[in-house]
Design a protein around this ligand. Sequence first.
Ligand code: S3P
Length: 165
Amino acid sequence: MDNIYFIGFMGTGKTTISKLIADHLNMKWTDLDDMIQQKEKKTVVEIFRENGEEYFRNLEKEVLKDVAGKGGYVVSTGGGIVIVDENVKIMKESGLIITLVASPDVIYVRLKDDQSRPLLQVPNPLDEIKRLMYERAPFYIKGDIIIDTSFDEPEIIVGEILKEI
Ligand code: S3P
């Protein structure tokens, strides 16, 4: 059975929505950041700080390959998974990709007190959100289904997704 991958920027609701979808479809659920943290016995923040982003990206590809080989999972990915072309190829070949999007302002409000996103621990996080989102937009649009989570409640968004798949 194929996987269903949730991709999209940090704070677009990938974890919340993907869990609900897994429940509705009676599929297994996993989160790649959790898999990385379990493997390394460190948080994402510690990995970025102690080993750097490239090291994290290598782990991200490894855990993606693991789950792609299993199938039957709804997978919540990290926002940067798409910057590696091979990752997009792996996801396309092993399942359906659902992109969640939200406006930079909404994301800023959702994440402004969150310390767990190393890439947003900068003096002006809103500018960084806009910059990264602009850079990644060409990759996010490669999803099979694209859903905006800026305004609706999770259950409404889940309903929209279930209609589309
Ligand atoms: C990242 C997003 C994070 C996490 C890491 C890097 C990114 O995941 O993988 O901090 O590059 O956008 P979430 O999208 O789940 O926050």
